[in-house]
Every structure is written in C-alpha cells, then in structure tokens.
Design a protein around this ligand. Structure first.
Ligand code: ZN
Length: 229
C-alpha cells in the first residue's frame, strides 16, 4: 500500500472515517476502485500564526488565541530599494551599463540578506508557541493587489520561499490561505470595516486595531492549503 493512503485507510478500517463514495470500473483488462473518505484532521492544540506581508510593515504577525503579535517596519527594504533604484537610474543615464548591472547584483544580495533575517525572526516568533502552523496569503492574491507586482515580486516570492523552507526545517507546517478581503474585514466579527492609515476600525462591532495586525488575525483564522518549499 502507498504511504500516502495508509493513514486514511487505517482510519476507515478502524471506523474513524466515513466512506462517502465508492466506484469500481474497468479499463481494458484492469479493474480499478476509487473511494473518497472523510475524517476530521487533528488540529487541536495548534497555534495558528497569521502572517501579513506588506510594504509599510513588511511583517505583521499574530499568534491567534495567544494575544501575541509582532510588527516589523518595512523601512529597511524600502530604503534598499530606493537607494539602488536611484543609483541604477543615474548609471543608466550615464550609459554605464556594466556598473548598473553590478548595482543590481548588490541590491539583490541586500534584499536576500534581509529576507533571511526576517524569515529567521518569524520562525523564532512562531517557535514560542505550542504546535505552531504558519498561515500566509496565497502569492497570486498578493501580486494582484499592487505594490508587490512587477519588479518587486521576486523579493516577495523569495521571502515566502525562505519562510517556507526555514519553517519546514524547524518542523513547522506552512499553509497558504485565500487573500480575499483579509485587510478589509474585521477580524472579530467579519464585517467590512474602514481603514485610516495604519488604523482599522469596524463600524459593526466598534473594534479598533492596527490595520496590518487585523489582517494577520484574519489570515490566522482562515482555512489553509498545505504549502511546500
Ligand atoms: Zn467587527
């Protein structure tokens, strides 16, 4: 038996799971059997760690149910990008293309270092809690909503990759969640709220919260899909 299906089949045999559909069919001389089973995943005792990645705050993290959060300013990444962009622009104007490319390599190294540093901080934060599971927004969803698109998307993509493989190495599961409305909805009552700068307020239940932390709380509460490096 394949390893992948050993566990579900054991559960089925032990009566912990329901068989929902069984099909037997024939293709040529071979007979096939497929079935779906349903069982509850054991997620008790897990601490969802919601991670919002943005520009003003490169990391907004909430350990859901633990009342602990972490906010990291996006200033350093912004500074690196701005510095090298203006350097590149002036070198391009001067026609110094080789020098311009070297600047590009340097920027890449700076951003890579930063991504290593930030992903280590995130893993250290997550490791404080019992059975942490890291939840992040789906990459495609984030790309759509603006600032990470185009030239900066590799920064973001690399950051997510670093988080994922460092988490795996630390034995922490990583899930990606649907990014839809994570920053517009109230993390307490799920109503649409309003944002004023860094502040999110809910018109329905009156809750006020740092906007990026509100988003990270929403991310922590969403059902995720497994994500592998
Ligand atoms: Zn609310």
């Amino acid at each position: 038996m394949y390893d992948d299906i050993a566990d579900p089949v054991d559960r089925l045999v032990e009566g912990d799971a329901d068989k929902t559909r069984l099909q037997v069919y024939r293709r040529g001389d071979d007979w096939y059997c497929t079935f779906n089973i349903e069982y509850d995943a054991d997620t008790s005792g897990e601490t969802p760690i919601g991670v919002d990645i943005g520009e003003r705050h490169i990391l907004a993290v909430t350990a859901y149910g633990e009342d602990e959060s972490m906010l990291v300013s996006g200033g350093e990444a912004k500074y690196v990008r701005r510095k090298y962009r203006s350097l590149r622009d002036s070198l391009s104007e001067a026609g110094a293309l080789r020098a311009r490319n070297r600047v590009g390599d340097k920027e890449q190294r700076r951003i890579t270092d930063l991504n290593h540093k930030l992903s280590r901080r995130l893993i250290a934060f997550a490791e404080q809690f019992e059975n942490p599971v890291i939840r992040m927004e789906d990459l495609e969803g984030i790309r759509e909503n603006s600032s990470w698109s185009g030239v900066h998307s590799w920064h973001f993509h690399q950051f997510q990759q670093f988080i994922t493989y460092k988490a795996e190495r630390a034995g922490i599961r990583v899930e990606k969640v649907d990014a839809y409305h994570t920053s517009q909805r109230c993390s307490a009552c799920d109503s649409m709220g309003t944002r004023d700068g860094d502040h999110f307020s809910c018109t329905e239940c009156g809750r006020g919260r740092h906007a990026d932390l509100n988003a990270s709380e929403n991310i922590a509460q969403r059902e995720g899909e497994p994500c592998t490096a």
